[in-house]
Each structure stands twice: as C-alpha cells, then as structure tokens.
Write a protein of this length. Structure first.
Length: 94
C-alpha cells in the first residue's frame, strides 16, 4: 500500500545544495521601484528571500544580493506572505 506524502521521509529534491546566509537583497521592478529584503537560503540555482513587507511581485524580476554589483534575473517559484522562493534564470536557460 503506498504511503501518504505525510509519512514519507523529508527528502530535499533540489538540484543545488542550499547554504544558510543572511544577505541584503534588493528587488528591482519594471516601474523602477525597489523592494528590500534578506536572503536566508542561497544556492547556485536560487534563493529564499524574506521581504520587509508583503507585496505582490511579477513572475520575473531582477535581484541584487549582498551589495554586489551583479544583477540576477529571477523567476518567482512560490510566495507566502512576505517570504518567497526564487530560481535564478541564466541565458542558457532560454
């Protein structure tokens, strides 16, 4: 008899190892406005971000992390109030 999902072991199916961090993040929106937050989990493929306030974000946006000059293209994977999960989009993903 198959087990219910609640009874299965908690398995991390992510392609990249996550790292616990605490880095500033700035999300840039198409209208030129910015949303501030903090990255708490970071991997090669994405991040978990806690925003300073709840906001509805578009499916795709730009994000800078840790005060670095590099701007990442991000895909919104999930959102729960002021917390969200993103996947980084790279040019070869298209």
């Amino acid at each position: 008899m198959p087990q219910s999902p609640d009874m299965l072991p908690n398995v991390d199916r992510r392609a990249h190892k996550r790292h616990q961090v605490r880095l500033r993040a700035t999300i840039g929106l198409n209208d030129g406005s910015q949303v501030k937050g903090t990255v708490s989990d970071l991997s090669e493929g994405g991040a978990r971000v806690k925003l300073q306030s709840e906001i509805v974000l578009p499916e795709r946006f730009a994000i800078s992390i840790g005060g670095q000059p590099h701007i990442y293209r991000a895909l919104l994977c999930w959102s729960n109030g002021s917390e969200l999960g993103i996947a980084f989009e790279f040019e070869d993903d298209e």
